[in-house]
Design a binder for this molecule. Structure first.
Ligand code: EN5
Length: 427
């Protein structure tokens, strides 16, 4: 039963008799004079507010709301703990509108922030359509106010505000299933600090293994993974080249992806920021200044809510109350047809050869990525099964997690997508 979603322009669970057109909206654009001028009605105990991201104390309130009430795994053992620096980055790309950082506060005089929802505007390419859409994220309601059905109110209000800017479609993700995902993508995890993962309950020691054996299994040392020559942190000078590689890669390999339409947007999302976003490029050693590949990941810590065994909680001097997790963000490599490569085995086509080369190069890149994340003291490296991630998961010893990320469109009818056709990474 989906009392709210059944009223919304999304695919319904029960198949409808009327055949809908694909790659088109469910409902037509709403003329400005038909959009409510007033904010969506809410119970008198609450009032609407905007969260001013340039105000550190409001950002701290948001940090507290999310740290105490946002997404957890199915067993309530871990909860996302986005930092204020991270939120400043995630909520503030070029062309961001302050009306799209929406909060609910108590009217009892305490003024406490009890709920939040955010959106940003992006150019999205879906199959052959390129459209400006909203990306909705960080919908969060204080745990004590669940069941009051405030989420539909927040969703209606942000929809209204985007409609006022002539944006009628949105993309969003959730760990839960609602009507109706365009793709369901599993999470994968690559342990970097297996001991801490086991002691915090993030992973389990297989029955046929000792901790020492497990540590050996996941060991990453430079001798085993020779550094790619020319690998270095991305700098501002690299922005135009990274943008080109990324757009080309996403366009060639995926069917749902952001179009990085300006250098400013590319710079915002990919230029390294301390303890937030980490981006590395490969500079061609024979052609100084020329970038051939890049990869990036972000830091999203999780609070450890309950430990498997309290006696493990303070083993040694390490802090086991927060998990330092890296999440794979964007990567790109040249997808140009390999030139000057001899095909020894004439039974394989150029297409297959290129797939093979791409796979080998991506594995090498991601190996180096894991090594860097390990050196930067991350506990685990995570990714969602999208893009070309399937090509390296097994070789690099990722294991499937118990969670998945579901992708959704609001007011846009599409056929479901395969995992590797998804090219949008959400924070
Ligand atoms: C915002 N737009 O479930 C929406 N995480 O697998 C965000 N599991 O970390 C929605 N339960 O499997 C986010 N360890 C949806 C995700 C919500 C969070 C979530 C899962 C993803 C997760 C961990 C911990 C499970 C703890 C018990 C997990 C196993 C790792 C193991 C490593 C060794 C090889 C096998 C797998």
């Amino acid at each position: 039963e989906h009392k709210f979603w059944d009223t919304q322009p999304v695919p319904s669970v029960k198949p409808t008799s009327k055949a809908k057109k694909f790659d088109a909206p469910f409902i037509p654009d709403i003329p400005v004079d038909k959009i409510p001028k007033e904010q969506t009605p809410i119970p008198p105990e609450y009032k609407w507010c905007n969260i001013d991201i340039s105000n550190p104390s409001e950002m701290h309130e948001l940090y507290n709301l999310l740290s105490n009430h946002y997404v957890e795994d199915a067993d309530e053992m871990f909860r996302f703990r986005y930092s204020t620096d991270f939120l400043n980055w995630a909520l503030n790309p070029p062309n961001q509108n302050p009306d799209w950082h929406i909060g609910l506060r108590k009217t009892d005089g305490s003024n406490v922030l009890v709920a939040f929802i955010s959106g940003l505007e992006l150019q999205l390419k879906i199959n052959s359509v390129s459209k400006r859409m909203a990306e909705i994220n960080f919908l969060c309601i204080n745990k004590s106010l669940r069941k009051l059905r405030l989420a539909p109110v927040l969703i209606r209000e942000i929809t209204r505000r985007f409609n006022l800017s002539k944006i009628y479609q949105a993309i969003y993700t959730a760990g839960i299933q609602i009507p109706t995902p365009i793709s369901v993508c599993r999470y994968f995890h690559r342990p970097l600090n297996p001991k801490k993962l086991i002691n915090s309950g993030f992973s389990r020691l297989p029955h046929d293994m000792t901790l020492a054996k497990l540590v050996m299994k996941y060991r990453l040392s430079p001798e085993h993974t020779p550094q790619i020559r020319g690998l270095r942190l991305m700098t501002e000078k690299d922005v135009p080249q990274v943008r080109k590689i990324l757009n080309k890669y996403l366009n060639a390999r995926t069917k749902v992806h952001q179009v990085f339409d300006t250098d400013a947007i590319t710079k915002h999302w990919l230029l390294p920021r301390k303890d937030v976003i980490f981006t590395y490029v490969v500079e061609d050693v024979t052609k100084p200044g020329k970038i051939t590949d890049f990869f990036s990941y972000y830091l999203l810590p999780s609070t450890v809510l309950k430990k498997k065994d309290p006696s493990n909680a303070k083993s040694g001097k390490s802090d086991y109350s927060i998990l330092h997790s890296a999440y794979l963000f964007y990567y790109g490599l040249n997808t140009e047809p390999a030139s000057g490569v001899e095909i020894e085995d004439s039974s394989i086509s150029y297409k297959e050869l290129n797939e093979k080369l791409l796979k080998e190069r991506l594995i090498a890149l991601m190996k180096n990525c894991l090594l860097i994340a390990k050196n930067e003291n991350f506990d685990v490296f995570n990714c969602v099964l999208i893009q070309d991630n399937a090509t390296f998961l097994e070789d690099l010893k990722f294991g499937q997690g118990d969670g998945s990320l579901n992708y959704y469109f609001y007011n846009w009818n599409v056929r479901p997508f395969k995992n590797n056709e998804i090219g949008l990474t959400m924070l």
